[in-house]
Design a protein around this ligand. Structure first.
Ligand SMILES: NC(=O)c1ccc[n+]([C@@H]2O[C@H](COP(=O)([O-])OP(=O)(O)OC[C@H]3O[C@@H](n4cnc5c(N)ncnc54)[C@H](O)[C@@H]3O)[C@@H](O)[C@H]2O)c1
Ligand SMILES: [Zn+2]
Ligand SMILES: [Zn+2]
Length: 361
């Protein structure tokens, strides 16, 4: 719990919070700090719903602090800047992703990898440097150190930009880092949800040949005709999987629940890579024999640094890479969470905070 009473913060804020592990969200009044000299304050207009929000409202990772205001795909418009802010001005279109601060002095921070800083301050449900608890973007306003604010290019609407700030960077970063951004590579995407559909789009923008690997054929038509995937394989169909054995340079695995990696590793070429970005609550098994033959790599990746997030969003604007979104009103959020759990969304819910979050609701 917050070691400093929330009343000490002068700015009134309003959002939706989960109060316990039921994960049910309801209106919540709280406060935000005054805009500091290096801070940017902005009015939240849109916020994406990431599956991590769902894990967190239910405390599935065991680190949730209630009341919990989720939201780390936040986009809006600057309302105030501190006296020493140099990068932004009032009226700018901006966004915040999964982190709002870091130590700024460790090796990761010097390498523009604030996402791997041991003192990273996540956007919600962690203790901030001033001892208060961070609250996310299912709320009317945010205050953030300017170094953790992303500029949203004019070519992207704010509602399309929001999901890029987590789902987008989370798949863009490993595609780059693991050298999976070269034209002609054969890439697989497992878990065609918010992250997965962005993985297909970025991989196609890099010129890859992309196969979606799915448990059911339901998304086949859509993946091929609409998302631009080159092929589609149903993981339960042995003959289809058999035909693709040893053919993938890399697989991005964004599955949110427990699943077997063995059939996926069989699809990877010698020296190929399986990158986990999904974060199931229980450990996954990697049998030695699934990786020693073929010198295969199982790796992981978590969001991306601020510099790379800006690069990703600029790339998305330039190449027309945009998420497929379903815009909802804030009072639909609990239904949206239930639908997200059933994978019943194409492919990201985005809350229209600006038009539907009212302090009286
Ligand atoms: N690494 C990171 O930095 C990072 C960032 C954001 C989200 N995540 C995590 O990534 C995961 C996906 O997030 P999302 O927002 O894309 O979620 P999502 O719900 O939109 O997508 C998850 C997909 O996984 C599929 N799926 C679920 N259970 C499955 C199973 N047992 N077998 C096969 N497929 C299954 C669903 O059909 C869905 O298509 C979550 O665990 C989330 O917490 C990680
Ligand atoms: Zn997320
Ligand atoms: Zn650091």
């Amino acid at each position: 719990m917050a070691s400093q009473p929330e009343e000490e913060h002068p700015k009134k804020a309003f959002g939706w919070a989960a109060r316990d592990t039921s994960g049910v969200l309801s209106p919540f009044k709280f406060s935000r700090r005054e805009t500091g000299e290096k801070d940017v304050a902005f009015k939240v207009l849109y916020c994406g719903i990431c599956h991590s929000d769902l894990h967190m409202v239910k405390n599935e990772w065991g680190n949730s602090i209630y009341p919990l205001v989720p939201g780390h795909e936040v986009a809006g418009e600057v309302t105030e800047v501190g006296s020493k802010v140099t990068k932004f001005k009032v009226g700018d279109r901006v966004g915040v992703g999964c982190m709002v601060n870091s130590c700024k002095s460790c090796q990761s921070c010097s390498d523009d990898l604030e996402n791997y800083c041991p003192k990273i301050i996540l956007t919600y449900s962690v203790k901030n440097v001033d001892g208060t608890i961070t609250y996310g973007g299912y709320s009317d306003s945010m205050v953030c150190d300017e170094n953790f604010v992303i500029r949203i290019p004019d070519a992207l609407s704010l509602e399309a930009a929001a999901p890029l700030l987590c789902a987008g960077i989370t798949v863009y970063s490993p595609l780059k880092y693991f050298g999976l951004d070269k034209p002609g590579l054969h890439l697989g995407v497992v878990g065609l949800g918010g992250l997965g559909h962005m993985a297909v789009k970025f991989a196609k923008a890099f010129g890859a040949n992309v196969t979606v690997i799915s448990t059911s054929p339901n998304k086949k038509k859509e993946a091929l005709e609409h998302l631009g995937a080159d092929s589609f394989v149903v993981s339960r169909e042995q003959d289809q999987m058999q035909a693709l054995m040893g053919t993938f340079d890399g697989i991005i695995d964004s599955v949110s629940a427990q699943h077997s990696l063995v059939p996926l590793l069989a699809l990877v070429k010698n020296h190929g890579k399986l990158v986990m970005v999904g974060a199931p609550e229980k450990p996954l098994e990697v049998p030695a024999f699934s990786i020693i033959g073929g010198r295969k790599t199982v790796s992981g990746s978590m969001i991306g640094g601020i510099k790379e997030t800006q690069e990703m969003i600029d790339f998305a604007a330039k190449h027309g890479v945009k998420p497929d979104i379903e815009i909802i009103a804030v009072d639909y959020v609990n239904t949206a969470m239930e639908r997200l759990l059933k994978a019943d969304v194409k492919y990201r819910f985005v809350i229209d905070i600006g038009n539907t979050l009212k302090a009286s609701s």
